[in-house]
Design a protein around this ligand. Structure first.
Ligand SMILES: *Cc1c(COP(=O)(O)O)cnc(C)c1O
Length: 387
């Protein structure tokens, strides 16, 4: 009788096996995109880096290090845990002076973790401000934070009345340790939307009530509205990662993420046959099909399937478009390579990248650049390029 190998003590393979999907992330492009934004704002306006959600899927540690090396000194994350990760990366890179703001407010019980890692919460309610001020008093000194005022989005942030009431309490503002007052635009990616002007007017009024605090309103798209939106600090996120500025238009930023998937099989497809789950797509002609090792479990959303003659997304192989045929499965999808006679098993097909912009991928998926990026899967071979 043989005993099965003990899974704990059996030796690991000496080198990791090759992966069928490859994600290449261009940190040089991230840095160039931030410089591009810096060129849009006046010299005294600080350009922060928003690296929440693991740097929009690109990698918060790698992005923060690259931006810090180029002079970025203010970062925004969403969660305390993200802040701890970014702080450790910056400390390891010898960048001690950077500020890290935690956008999603003050979670009760997270106060000591925030100060231990020199993180500044973005406070959006009178309760949060009272709690943070009390924590500062207990520690013997106000601890840094930002104050977020809602100017028309009804998301996180003080209501206008609460902001005005806070401004009438300079003692509380001082005790809160606030260094920044900010708000967030709901429609900056639609330059003509009337809410932009309303939010700008309200924020201008609010920031005047806090003359000692720096002010910040603009996200990526806000930077490209007129300079009145810039104030002291701008907070671009998606533009750093190649996202669109104006909804529905091509992005002027450099693409950052390239996703390629390997062809695991080439097969003949005959007119009248169907492809994929649900048999929702029928081949109109004889062709060659390539099966790619990537699927919705990799964040390549099923919504980019083709069905019932309605086209889905596409890849690019040897400079030619290869349309997705049928439903995208969990780990595989099928493209039509009938126009690419040289396609062979093992070829890498570009699904996101310079030839297939994330704006186009997002449109095929019925979503936005942000969701394409933050969905990028975990089982890719990830390569970082310095640019
Ligand atoms: C995510 C976020 C940003 C960055 O927005 P982009 O549109 O990605 O540039 C800026 N400010 C706040 C409050 C955010 O939540």
């Amino acid at each position: 009788m043989t005993t099965p190998p003990d899974p704990v003590s059996s030796p690991l393979p000496s080198s990791a096996p090759p992966r069928p999907t490859r994600l290449t992330l261009d940190l040089g492009a991230v840095v160039a995109n931030r410089r591009r934004i810096a060129a849009e704002v006046a010299a005294g306006v600080e350009v922060a880096g928003v690296v929440k959600a693991d740097g929009y899927g690109v990698g918060a540690v790698e992005v923060a290090r690259a931006l810090a090396a180029d002079g970025c000194r203010t970062f925004f994350v969403a969660h305390v845990g993200e802040g701890i990760t970014v702080r450790a990366a910056l400390d390891a890179a010898g960048v001690a002076a950077a500020r890290i703001f935690v956008l999603n407010g003050l979670l009760a019980g997270s106060e000591s973790a925030l100060t231990a890692h020199r993180l500044a919460p973005v406070l959006g309610s009178p309760e949060e401000i009272a709690d943070w001020a009390a924590f500062g008093r207990a520690r013997g000194a106000p601890q840094p934070c930002a104050i977020h005022v809602d100017t028309g989005m009804n998301r996180h942030g003080l209501e206008l009345d609460a902001a005005r009431a806070l401004a009438a309490r300079p003692d509380l503002v001082a005790a809160s340790g606030a260094t920044l007052v900010m708000s967030h635009l709901a429609c900056a990616d639609e330059p003509g939307h009337p809410l932009n002007a309303r939010q700008l007017a309200l924020f201008s009024e609010i920031r005047a009530l806090f003359p000692r605090l720096a002010a910040s309103l603009a996200n990526s798209a806000g930077v490209f509205l007129d300079p009145a939106h810039h104030f002291d600090l701008v907070r671009p996120g998606v533009a750093l990662y190649g996202g669109a500025i104006v909804s529905g238009e091509a992005s002027p930023m450099r693409p950052v993420a390239t996703l390629e998937a390997r062809i695991v099989q080439i097969r003949r497809g005959r007119a009248g046959e169907c492809v994929g789950y649900g048999a929702r797509e029928t081949l109109a002609r004889d062709t060659r099909l390539a099966v790619l090792s990537v699927g919705y479990a990799d964040g390549f959303h099923r919504a980019a399937s083709s069905a019932d003659g309605r086209p889905g997304g596409r890849g690019v192989l040897h400079g030619r478009s290869v349309p997705i045929v049928g439903r995208i499965s969990m780990d595989l999808l099928v493209v039509d390579v009938g126009e690419v006679p040289q396609a062979v098993r093992g070829d890498m097909v570009e699904l996101i990248g310079p030839n297939v912009p994330i704006q186009e991928v997002a449109a095929a998926m019925g979503t936005i650049d942000y969701e394409v990026l933050t969905s990028l899967g975990r089982r890719y071979e990830r390569n970082y390029r310095a640019g």
